[in-house]
Design a protein around this ligand. Sequence first.
Ligand SMILES: NC(=O)c1ccc[n+]([C@@H]2O[C@H](COP(=O)([O-])OP(=O)(O)OC[C@H]3O[C@@H](n4cnc5c(N)ncnc54)[C@H](OP(=O)(O)O)[C@@H]3O)[C@@H](O)[C@H]2O)c1
Length: 266
Amino acid sequence: MIDQSVYGPWAVVAGGSEGVGAAFADQLADAGINLVLIARKPGPLHETAARARAKGVEVRTLELDLLDPAALASVRAVTDGLEVGLLIFNAGANSYGHEFVTADLDRVQGVLDLNITAQLALTHHFGALMKERRRGGIMLVGSLSGYLGQAQISVYSAAKAFSRVFAEGLWLELRPYDVHVLELVLGVTRTPAMERAGLRMDLPGLRVAEPDDVAREGLRHLADGPVLVLVAGGTAETAERRSGFPRADLVLGAHEASKRLLPAPS
Ligand SMILES: NC(=O)c1ccc[n+]([C@@H]2O[C@H](COP(=O)([O-])OP(=O)(O)OC[C@H]3O[C@@H](n4cnc5c(N)ncnc54)[C@H](OP(=O)(O)O)[C@@H]3O)[C@@H](O)[C@H]2O)c1
């Protein structure tokens, strides 16, 4: 059970409407933690909020694009005055796949703005309050993609590597104040975003994690930072393999394997 006295009474889930974000919301509500849920699409956001309210917790929703330069001000408008014991930054699946040199730089910037700028802004704000209070948790949702470079998503992979290394430094800085920092590394996970992207999750031998299992494992290990590579979906073994040398063999091997995941040409 998630300890309310450490991570309550409120949690903010940035990207808290669908997939893993919705599973976090459901499980935090089961633990009696009130929620601020942030996402762009109102439908899934309000459905997730309604499920959590039915479990007896208070829920505030914020329909917001975290790419909005005023995002932090909007988040503060609904959270100032609340005691936020847990921040989960979950939003961040790749929004633009393209070879880099011919890519639209504005869209590339969007990947960085969500995965780095928005994540830093929320972590800076809530992390400072947690440090003052000397308790709390910050979970950044990362990816196996952050363990090696990948064609078409080179910037996304690099942003996820940034997040992982950033989490390690932040963990060092906040551990004297009993604020737990965890980078939760996911592999292929059955989320609506992946289904919309047409990712082929039925391939023989491919291990796909389920959002409920990912959320359960992550929440159980909030205090076991700085980095948790999930057992769910076989992610831990892949991360270990991808961390080795020589890099060329690993990068080329993963590149071949990832081609199988892409939607079949129509
Ligand atoms: N699914 C996988 O296979 C996989 C693998 C490795 C890592 N991950 C990581 O897991 C996390 C969740 O991924 P996901 O597949 O569930 O997809 P996602 O597109 O990141 O969606 C997750 C949540 O974030 C919200 N969101 C996305 N972009 C947003 C924005 N600009 N502003 C506000 N909210 C936003 C979504 O709702 P709205 O769309 O309504 O805004 C949804 O509630 C990401 O950090 C991703 O990198 C996923």
